[in-house]
Write a protein that binds this ligand. Structure first.
Ligand code: CO8
Length: 372
């Protein structure tokens, strides 16, 4: 029989700076005023379209987001900059993505009953890597003094559940005793803070998950089943990549940052994810209505409410359908893990819940867990 896997511990790193909607919208609107006055003649001649202002009320109502954490605030809210200032570091210093991953991992190790030398593999699963190579995961492995092997993987917002599933498979195959999955997300680096439709969506954070072989773990969360799904869509896209320098005509274009058709994403992803959860639950013999908690990907409060309703077959309570995006915004792969990390202490032995991610690709992952 293959080895069962357990989520033995989780960790969270929260960046030091929070930006409220009021601060973000005020920076955006200052930029709009600047743009419109600099381009007044062209706007009057009909050659350039005037930019419209953003609004706090819209952001809160459309998304549920009230604030977000970032690794650098000054640059993001300066209307002449509108991106984080993240200075380059020399090659012999830990890179910032690895640094926040290590911080989250140390938080997880503080909640685990073993030392990092009991880990045999590190997976860095996130939507943006700082560089192509050497892998961020190998840098994290080195910083934590872990033996074995490490690699990066990117499945956008679903990276964490894809990482947990991969880790569980290594345990099932007997190739590792425990695997560290880290999800460092500096989404502010790839967010267009000058785009009214999306400037408010994302936040920075890092999470870590230790997945351990069940016969070694004490307590934790038994992984009852994992399922992955992808379906190609251009509705969430980022054309930044290593070939950009070979097509200089496109350099600096808005499509080299995050771009989405938010409404289409909403419409298409909700049914895909709800069906996937219900189908996976049925195959595992789990009644979705009996799940104590949903730790869903945190992109949009209305999306989560709809999915929650379809999965539980009734209006979920705030306790059942955890929301952390009001404080963190969309932190891509880390969102469902923050929700799980923050809201699981009240579980009794045998109670079940669901970690679920969804996003660009499209991609989605479900991880059903039971308290042990
Ligand atoms: N302020 C005021 N009004 C606005 C604003 C604004 N900031 N933005 C748009 N409006 C206006 C529009 O102009 C429109 O006006 P009108 O009706 O007059 O035309 C009206 O508001 C409605 O616009 P939308 O239809 O766009 O608004 P929605 O209700 O659809 O809400 C959302 C927009 C919040 C974006 C919503 O569609 C949403 O959240 N959709 C789901 C998106 C989602 O889940 N995406 C997940 C992608 S993330 C992922 O996979 C990870 C990728 C990797 C991360 C990389 C990091 C950068």
């Amino acid at each position: 029989m293959s080895q069962a896997a357990v989520i033995a511990a989780t960790g969270l790193y929260t960046p030091p700076h929070s930006i409220s909607n009021t601060e973000l919208v005020s920076a955006f609107n200052a930029y709009v005023t600047l743009f419109n006055s600099l381009n007044a003649a062209a706007i009057a001649a009909g050659d350039v379209e005037a930019l419209a202002a953003s609004s706090v009320e819209f952001v809160e109502k459309a998304s549920g987001i009230k604030s977000r954490y970032v690794v650098d605030k000054a640059g993001v809210i300066d209307p002449r900059v509108m991106r984080p200032n993240i200075p380059e570091r020399p090659n012999d210093k830990l890179s910032i993505l690895a640094e926040i991953a290590v911080a989250a991992a140390k938080d997880a190790f503080g909640r685990w009953d073993k030392d990092p030398d009991q880990i045999d593999a590190v997976i860095c699963a996130a939507s943006n890597m700082q560089r192509a190579y050497p892998a961020m995961a190998i840098e994290v492995q080195d910083a934590l003094g872990i033996d074995g092997f490490a690699f990066d993987m990117n499945v956008a917002c679903s990276s964490a559940t894809f990482g947990i599933k991969t880790a569980a498979d290594y345990l099932a195959a007997g190739e590792a005793r425990a695997v560290l999955v880290v999800n460092p997300e500096i989404t502010s680096g790839h967010l267009n803070f000058r785009d009214r439709d999306s400037h408010f969506i994302f936040g920075d954070v890092a999470t870590a998950v230790i997945v351990e072989a069940a016969d070694r773990a004490s307590g934790g969360w038994e992984i009852l089943g994992t399922r992955l799904k992808t379906r190609f869509s251009n509705n969430i896209r980022n054309n930044f990549g290593f070939l950009n320098r070979c097509a200089p005509e496109g350099a600096g274009a808005a499509d080299k940052l995050f771009v989405q058709e938010g409404r289409k994403v909403f419409r298409e992803v909700v049914p895909m994810v709800a069906e996937m959860i219900v189908g996976h639950a049925a195959d595992l013999g789990i009644d979705p209505a009996g799940l104590k908690r949903l730790w869903l990907h945190q992109a949009n409060i209305n999306m989560n409410a709809l999915i929650g309703r379809r999965v539980l077959g009734r209006e979920p309570t705030e306790e059942e359908n955890v929301i952390i995006l009001d404080e963190f915004a969309n932190t891509s792969s880390a969102g469902s893990i923050i929700a799980f990390h923050r809201k699981n202490a009240d579980f009794q032995l045998g109670e079940t819940g669901l970690i679920c991610s969804f996003g660009a690709g499209y991609s989605a992952g479900t991880v059903f867990v039971r308290k042990r």
